[in-house]
Design a protein around this ligand. Structure first.
Ligand code: PXL
Length: 275
């Protein structure tokens, strides 16, 4: 039997903590073969964020050549740097996933972790109205959910459930609204789908700012979907993987205050996240 295959359509992060680099390592750590189409190059650290979008035609060529040769089981979509690129990705999904066989996970990246702008207003509107209806799952954080809805940032689990339900109305199958920035002892996420919603609790770990957690969670969900898990199980396993990564010794020491994750840790200690 051949390995499951996951495609990431996302930006490059040279530090390896986020973006395509994080996605490919996360896929590999899950035993999933990773393929990629790069939407933008970034040059970034905690103080600077510069971005060079790839031309839509060349993004299209990357995606089309992958599909000519590879049977893709799940797709993760991350940073899309402008509205034209969002349109290119929508059209590629229409060409290659017209029958909806492939699970599609969208991380609606609006800002990079050092607050650099990743997608402008018109791009965000097209992402929401054109790409969400093609998605199996979208994973906004609190700030992204608020921006997408044009509402204040949720401050309670009830606000989060209400906003997740309103995001579902844009046409995706599931919404995972991550509430890591909500104050309190627990990390609270809401998973909403057509038949209801669940509030998921995990003990917050005192790790401070860690770079690339959103990309990593989303690519772990995608890897688990590629392996055939249903969405709720894929989310559960991915949250366990991220919890394992955030357990101190799986982080790399970088020069700055924000730390990066060691995505391959489960290949060293497989049982830890499977518990
Ligand atoms: O975490 C959002 C994100 C996505 N994609 C790229 C990034 C970042 C954050 O820095 O660099 C390429």
């Amino acid at each position: 039997m051949s390995k499951p295959v996951a495609l990431t359509i996302a930006g490059s992060d040279p530090s390896g903590g986020a973006g395509v680099q994080a996605d490919l390592k996360t896929f590999a750590a899950h035993g999933v073969y990773g393929v990629s189409a790069i939407t933008a190059l970034s040059a970034q650290n905690e103080r600077r964020f510069e971005i060079l979008p790839i031309s839509p035609d060349f993004i299209c060529a990357q995606i089309d050549t992958v599909f000519e040769d590879v049977r893709v089981d799940a797709i993760k979509i991350g940073l899309l740097a402008n509205a034209q690129i969002v349109k290119t990705v929508i059209e590629a999904l229409q060409r290659h996933n017209g029958d909806g066989r492939i699970m599609v996970v969208v991380d609606p990246v609006l800002r990079a972790s050092n607050n650099g702008v990743a997608l402008d207003e018109s791009g965000m509107v097209l992402l929401r109205d054109g790409l969400f209806p093609l998605a199996s799952l979208i994973k906004p954080n609190l700030a992204e959910a608020a921006a997408l809805l044009g509402e204040p940032v949720a401050t309670t689990p009830q606000n989060m459930s209400d906003q997740a339900a309103r995001l579902l109305a844009f046409g995706c199958e599931c919404v995972l609204l991550t509430g890591g920035h909500l104050p309190g002892p627990d990390c609270i996420d809401v998973l909403a789908h057509a038949s209801g919603s669940a509030t998921l609790y995990a003990k917050k770990q005192a790790v401070g700012e860690v770079h690339g957690t959103g990309c990593t969670l989303t690519s772990a969900i995608t890897a688990n979907l590629a392996k055939g898990h249903v969405a709720s199980k894929a989310v559960d396993l991915a949250r366990g993987y991220l919890r394992g990564l955030l357990g101190g010794r799986h982080q790399l020491n970088m020069n700055g205050a924000a730390r990066s994750l060691d995505h391959m840790f489960i290949t060293d200690n497989k049982t830890e996240y499977e518990r």
